[in-house]
Design a protein around this ligand. Structure first.
Ligand code: GUN
Length: 282
């Protein structure tokens, strides 16, 4: 039976550290602040933004929300971002995704100053991850690496399979694992015979957005299984992993909810505090 990786408990220990750092910042007159840009009325985005803002407040990080109508021109969003870039009281800028279809996501994200890009989605930060240099790492992949390391297994030399190739999760998660010396395979919706590849993985990261895609026969006995899926079925959360049968085979597994989700928000807070600290140090 797999050991549960308790994302909530691990996130709590990260908040303890964040609290200390926020206190230190405040003692120097720096009040960390996260600006949140929400465009449109996607209910899931609204919920995510509410959770992020609540966590920030609980940890002494101020938030400023800019909620724009879903029909606004892209230029209105980019003008707002440019104003936030030069506002010295703002340390982090988060543009909640998805953006309305008439906007070019990457063009909007590229307006965020890389120093305030606490989501790590600007091409400069994506490039830093690619080259293994310093930069903001996207929150979900950063949280995933924490969860994997919490098991105590040495990532170096392990076979890691990432299912999903999004810019938000799959691709950066693959790069992070590669930077930790894992042997990485990336699978996606066009991958032939997915199970034969996932079954080889010592570390399996599932970020496909397909409920219960990963069944027990696709998992190597003893593997570390990280489930990034957040699917709602009949009012209940379920991941990309068929939890009960896979739990019997895996060595470690994250629950949904209570696994990756709490870590994503904790990493956003960590990146925001780091952005604020950088204004003092550098
Ligand atoms: N939408 C879903 N997840 C995320 C995230 O981590 N960051 C942003 N900006 N938008 C999201």
């Amino acid at each position: 039976m797999a050991k549960l990786i308790d994302g909530k408990a691990i996130a709590k220990s990260i908040y303890d550290n964040i609290n200390l750092r926020v206190r230190e910042l405040r003692s120097k007159g720096v009040i960390p602040k996260l600006a949140v840009v929400l465009v449109g009325d996607d209910p899931a985005s609204r919920l995510y933004v509410n959770s992020k803002e609540k966590r920030a407040r609980e940890n002494g990080i101020e938030t400023e929300e800019y909620h724009l109508d879903g029909s606004v021109a892209e230029a209105q969003v980019t003008e707002l971002i440019k104003k936030l870039n030069v506002d010295d009281t703002v340390h982090g800028i988060l543009v909640q995704l998805p953006l309305p279809k008439h906007m070019d996501k990457q063009r909007v994200l590229s307006c965020i100053s890389p120093d305030k890009d606490v989501d790590g989605l600007h091409a400069v930060n994506a490039g830093a991850l690619m080259t293994g240099s310093r930069g903001f790492i996207p929150c979900t992949p950063k949280g995933i690496l924490h969860l994997v390391k919490s098991t105590g297994i040495d990532v170096s030399g392990k076979r890691c399979t990432v299912v999903g190739r999004s810019s938000l999760v799959g691709k950066p998660a693959a790069l992070l694992m590669l930077n930790s010396d894992a042997t990485v395979t990336v699978c996606h919706s066009r991958t032939a015979d997915l199970g034969s590849i996932t079954k080889e993985a010592d570390i399996l990261i599932c970020a496909a957005g397909r409920p219960r895609l990963i069944t027990a026969d696709m998992v190597k006995p003893g593997a570390v299984v990280i489930d990034v899926g957040q699917n709602k079925i009949d009012g209940k959360w379920c991941g990309d992993v068929d939890f009960e049968p896979v739990e019997k085979i895996a060595g470690y597994i994250t629950p949904v909810p209570g696994g990756v989700g709490p870590m994503t928000i904790a990493m956003l807070m960590q990146n925001t505090v780091e952005a604020a600290e950088n204004t003092i140090v550098g």
